[in-house]
Write a protein that binds this ligand. Structure first.
Ligand code: DAH
Length: 344
């Protein structure tokens, strides 16, 4: 009997030490199963108890129960402590986590300079009553040349080095003037449209030339259109695009087969007062060509030149974008380089 009671004491002491040392809930559970489990050490001892005399059972029975309850309480207490510890650790871990300081890390995109300029042009011209017109970039010889009064063998065809396509008579449009004819053929008069778009020329590329660039074409057709309508429109556009009323236009005679008379349009350099590198010290910047539509072009578009007249202009938007956004290499505009585009 002495031995059995010693065994109980042993288990009690051993359990106390082990419970004390347990560092986490998993270890604690292993210890509990080992000592108090159905096949644990205490249960083994209970089996021995069965074979003892009644006297012995009387003393050892309560002792066994006492040890069991005591240990169960100890386990429960330790379990609570460990659980609270882990909660506290978790709280400490997240204590420095400030939800209000959380940044999503979203990167803000921006519109390409071309898109920004195009949107500005569209806003200005639609406010003047213009509509937006569009046409294909792969064109026929007819729309790019013939209909625009540039017959085959006309020297003006050499003015624009053309990308020809493997299909006979097909090319990449060299200017947005092609859309003039498409718009006229739609048959709705009067016409007031602009066409922003890409054009292609077979040119060697350098900082100021690329084989693709952007133009803005304008076309107005009505019964009594004159040069003053053209100049008034361009001047209004000029003041709005730079948001400055002090800028002026300068016109020089220019030859374009699809207009008569034809003019070259310059604008006062918006970047200086007495000559800078942008205007090459001239005080003027070339914008493009314009003029009153040639009767042959009206005819090609199915419009009677005896009744209708019109004006047209074609401005270089790549050049303008470079000027406005201070871009010194045209190739950057077409590079899709994120570091470059991030600036706009
Ligand atoms: N299409 C001409 C070019 O690309 C520019 C141009 C000149 C357009 C005169 C016009 C115009 O509409 O009237 O060089």
């Amino acid at each position: 009997m002495k031995n059995v009671s010693i065994e109980f004491e042993k288990i009690r002491n051993q359990a106390k030490t082990l419970i004390n040392q347990a560092q986490n809930l998993t270890t604690l559970e292993t210890i509990r199963v080992d000592l108090l489990g159905r096949k644990g050490k205490l249960a083994d001892l209970m089996v021995v108890l069965k074979d003892l005399s009644i006297e012995e059972k009387r003393t050892l029975g309560p002792l066994a129960n006492q040890v069991k309850t005591e240990l169960e309480e100890l386990f429960q207490q330790k379990k609570n402590n460990l659980f609270n510890d882990s909660l506290r650790q978790e709280e400490e871990h997240y204590a420095g986590f400030d939800v209000t300081a959380y940044k999503t890390g979203h990167k803000k995109g921006s519109l390409h300079p071309y898109t920004q300029l195009t949107q500005k042009n569209i806003a200005i011209f639609t406010s003047l009553g213009f509509k937006i017109s569009d046409g294909p970039e792969i064109e026929t010889e007819f729309y790019n040349f013939e209909a625009l009064n540039i017959p085959e063998s006309h020297p003006a065809r050499d003015m624009q080095d053309t990308f020809w396509i493997d299909v006979p008579g097909m090319l990449l449009r060299t200017h947005t003037s092609t859309v003039q004819i498409h718009t006229m053929q739609e048959g709705n008069l009067p016409i007031a449209v602009i066409t922003p778009g890409r054009v292609y020329r077979q040119e060697a590329t350098d900082a100021s030339h690329d084989f693709m660039f952007q133009q803005l074409e304008g076309l107005v057709i009505d019964k009594n259109i004159s040069m003053s309508h053209l100049l008034g429109t361009l001047k209004t556009w000029l003041h709005l695009i730079f948001n400055r009323n002090d800028l002026s236009l300068r016109i020089r005679p220019g030859y374009f087969p699809f207009v008569e008379p034809g003019i070259e349009v310059d604008v006062t350099c918006p970047f200086c007062t007495s000559g800078c590198s942008t205007c090459k010290k001239t005080g003027w910047i070339e914008m493009g060509g314009a003029g009153l539509i040639h009767p042959n072009v009206l005819k090609a578009g199915g419009i009677n030149p005896e009744i209708y007249r019109g004006f047209a202009f074609g401005f270089g938007m790549t050049r303008l974008a470079m000027l406005i956004y201070g871009i010194n290499d045209i190739r950057l505009l077409h590079s899709n380089d994120k570091e470059f585009l991030k600036q706009f």
